[in-house]
Design a protein around this ligand. Structure first.
Ligand SMILES: Nc1ncnc2c1ncn2[C@@H]1O[C@H](COP(=O)(O)OP(=O)(O)OP(=O)(O)O)[C@@H](O)[C@H]1O
Ligand SMILES: [Mg+2]
Length: 234
């Protein structure tokens, strides 16, 4: 079995948190002890003098995790911009050692860890590391989340090509918030030769900011074959 999965996306706002949360909850429903992680979170909100990551709060809540925030989101930055810029704007440096340490602890604690990436694969984390390098260092296969917007074919194919060039394993692509026509999904599948794991419709009452997950867990547990991403092939 895989030790976890790294959920990346064709870009920001495509539904990485929503899909990562649903995957984690579905794996938990399978009887496994699951952990979640958002290694670097920008746009953190200051609450009672502490920086809080909305993505981490959502991910923790959906699986009822009681792991400490410093493990789930070890690096939290306030400005809602790319991590390197958020760090330089606030005069802090990103301590990547914290990320590796927290990840190690989470993999020791849990059977399976679902890690949500930051933006897309080529987001810089510091002068030496892109998000893709983080997935490699963690030795996790990718799930690529993409959604229904003009430009998604290009962004998704570029993500697949870059992942391949970095020798990252790709479990498959999830098309999120599918509207009516799925013609573009077939194009992505045809030109990437990567399996489309699932297409997920727009589901009412999902809001990461309000920590509301609607009935996406029921949706995933009902008709989704999660073992595809848990199984280690080859
Ligand atoms: N299937 C869905 N149905 C309804 N709303 C959704 C769905 N997926 C995502 N959303 C909404 O779309 C918005 C973006 O989703 P999400 O926060 O998961 O994206 P993200 O890729 O994690 O973004 P970021 O790059 O900021 O981490 C959120 O407000 C979320 O509630
Ligand atoms: Mg997110």
């Amino acid at each position: 079995m895989e030790k976890g999965i790294f959920v990346t996306g064709s870009g920001t706002g495509v539904g990485k948190t929503v899909i990562a949360g649903a995957i984690a909850a579905a794996i938990k429903a399978h009887g496994l002890d699951v952990g979640v992680m958002k290694p670097v979170a920008s746009g953190a909100k200051e609450i009672d003098g502490k920086l809080v990551s909305e993505d981490a709060v959502y991910l923790k809540k959906i699986i009822e995790s009681d792991d400490d925030d410093d493990l789930v989101a070890p690096v939290r930055l306030k400005p809602p911009i790319a991590p390197t810029m958020a760090a330089s704007t606030t005069g802090v440096s990103i301590d990547i050692g914290k990320v590796w340490k927290a990840y190690k602890e989470l993999t020791n604690r849990h059977d399976f860890v679902v890690v949500e990436g930051i933006g897309g694969l080529m987001v810089p984390i510091d002068d030496t590391l892109f998000v893709a390098d983080m997935a490699r260092e963690m030795d996790l296969p990718l799930v690529i989340v993409s959604s229904d917007y003009l430009g998604t074919i290009n962004h998704t194919l570029l993500t697949v090509e870059y992942a391949r060039s970095r020798n990252l394993r790709i479990k498959g692509i999830v098309i999120n918030m599918l509207k009516s026509s799925d013609g573009f999904v077939r194009e992505i599948e045809k030109y990437s030769s990567v399996p489309i794991l699932w297409t997920i419709p727009y589901i009412e009452n999902i809001c990461v900011e309000k920590c509301a997950h609607g009935d996406i867990v029921e949706y995933f547990c009902g008709g989704i074959n999660i073992s595809k991403i848990m199984r280690k092939e080859g």
